[in-house]
Write a protein that binds this ligand. Structure first.
Ligand code: NAI
Ligand code: MG
Length: 484
């Protein structure tokens, strides 16, 4: 296994269509979270590198990329998608090593990245303006135009999927993108840049500058040459970015995670629900913005659901990403500390299921045993705060009204699910639940790239994925012509 597929040198940044040395000599060390070993060093971009990248993006808008027709943008995105698929094995390995994802999860992320490219390739020439009936003597129409330079700050949990949904939509609308991947996981972002280069993406349409959040990330959000910022990550940094971009009056899309509930009613098909209930808690070791960290269960099925979920938890095996078990390590020792801190706050709660870290798991891996608490009060800290680890809480309820109050009773609002065979209840709750996506008798719907996604409250605002993202990554101009 090579860490540099496609001949990559990870100590370089991708700016203006070329691999260039970062201006500062600092480097970032990437760690393999499965065993704590050093993977490789990558570039640590500074303010000055971000400035170069923004200038390259700006130049692209006035060059070949800016002149490309919608159909030409679609063709190049389609080629990038093919390039991703051509490197599915290398990308899978890279993500497994860098992020600690079990191979099946890493592979699913590669396929999702390719799907985003396919979807947005096909969408480029299908975003149309309108003609508006108006006063006598006028013709009025609208033009959908790119913002210009878009900044993309992404986290480490799903680098490829988040590149796909944000960079894919931005490029589809003709923006030029500057991507700052998370310092913990950069390799697939760099590989993606090389795939895009080989696919013939015009110079400067995509630039990738790894670096620290407080340095390169902050520089990107305050740069006056950036016209839109898309951020996925923590609430605290999201707030900072909204403040910073406000100074330049720049629109921002924030995707900040959640505390998403699944509601299980007495009349639900419990056997169908069970795999979704637990998988939505342990997928990617719980480091998923839309993790279902709260399971609300009606009293009539509460004992059964707790016991059955507990059994599944007991069977989960945790170990190195390349072993491809149920759960891999967390991203870092730091994330493990955060999650263990939360587990300590669960002292005194009833644990109904706990997975096992395999005996030969490397001592310096960031492993946490998946833990399922039951009988948890909705106001408990474990039922209110995003843990971002393989931890779920089960909360009992009696009535539909109570379930809605509990479900909507956090500061977040990202996704929610309802398990019930009662169609009227499904319809009622789909309206009443405070979330950007509601699932009826499923969870996540297979992650479809077609489905608009985003939150309310502390989960953020703006929508990515699907066609909807194309509106967020563009601006509307109204043209009113008087011709008498
Ligand atoms: P983070 O919010 O610090 O990192 C996300 C991205 O923001 C990274 O690329 C980072 O370099 C960048 N960043 C950090 N500070 C910045 C700044 N001042 N200006 C611009 N960019 C900046 O998240 P972190 O520390 O990795 O994770 C902490 C917690 O955040 C997790 O435990 C989890 O609760 C939440 N989180 C949520 C995610 C989601 O998918 N919504 C993803 C990652 C983390
Ligand atoms: Mg890493």
């Amino acid at each position: 296994m090579t860490l540099t597929p496609l001949g990559l040198d990870p100590t370089l940044c991708f700016i203006g269509g070329a691999w260039v040395r970062a201006l500062a000599s600092a480097r970032l060390a990437l760690i393999n979270p499965s065993d704590g070993s050093a993977l490789c060093e990558i570039a640590c971009g500074s303010d000055a590198d971000i400035d170069r990248a923004v200038q390259a993006a700006s130049a692209a808008l006035h060059g070949d990329w800016g002149k490309a027709t919608a159909a030409e943008r679609g063709r190049v995105l389609a080629r990038i998608g093919q390039g991703v698929l051509a490197h599915v094995d290398e990308l899978t390995q890279l993500e497994a090593l860098d992020v600690g994802k079990p191979l099946k999860q890493a592979r699913a992320d590669v396929i999702a990245l390719a799907r985003y490219m396919e979807f947005y390739a096909g969408a480029c020439d299908k975003v149309h303006g309108e003609t508006i009936p108006y006063l006598d003597g006028y013709t009025v129409y609208t033009l959908r135009e790119p913002h210009g330079v878009t900044g993309h700050i992404i986290p480490w949990n799903y680098p490829m999927q988040i590149i796909g949904r944000s960079v894919g939509a931005a490029l589809a609308m003709g923006n030029a993108a500057v991507l700052k991947p998370a310092e913990e996981a950069c390799l697939t972002a760099l590989a993606f840049a090389e795939i895009a280069r080989q696919a013939g993406l015009p110079d400067g349409a995509l630039n990738v500058v790894p670096g620290l959040g407080a340095e390169a990330g902050a520089a990107l959000t305050r740069h006056p040459g950036v016209h839109h910022v898309s951020f996925t990550g923590s609430v605290g940094v999201g707030k900072l970015i909204q403040e910073t971009t406000a100074r330049n009056v720049v629109p921002v899309t924030l995707e900040l995670g959640g505390k998403s509930p699944q509601l299980v009613f007495d009349d639900a098909d419990i056997d169908a629900a069970l795999p979704f209930l637990v998988n939505a808690g342990i997928q990617n070791a719980g480091q998923t913005c839309s993790a279902a960290s709260r399971i609300l269960v009606q009293r009539g099925v509460y004992d059964r659901v707790s016991a059955e979920m507990g059994k599944r938890y007991d069977a989960f095996r945790v170990g190195p990403a390349l072993r491809d078990l149920d759960v891999g390590p967390l991203i870092s020792a730091r994330q493990k500390d955060i999650v263990e801190g939360y587990l300590a706050k669960g002292d005194g709660l009833q644990v109904v299921g706990r997975g096992q870290i395999v005996d030969d798991a490397p001592a310096h891996g960031a492993y946490v045993a998946p833990t399922l608490f039951t009988g948890v009060d909705p106001d408990h800290v474990l039922a209110q705060e995003e843990i971002f680890g393989p931890v779920q809480v089960i909360i009992p309820f009696d009535t539909e009204e109570e379930a809605v109050q509990i479900a909507n009773g956090t500061d977040f609002g990202l996704v929610a699910a309802v398990w019930s065979q009662n169609g009227a209840r499904q319809m009622r709750l789909a309206k009443r639940l405070r979330a950007g996506q509601v699932f009826l008798n499923n969870y996540g719907a297979g992650g479809g790239v077609e489905l608009p996604f985003g939150g309310t409250g502390l989960s953020g605002h703006g929508r990515e994925k699907g066609f909807e993202a194309l509106y967020g990554f563009s601006t509307l101009k109204t043209v009113a012509a008087f011709h008498g």
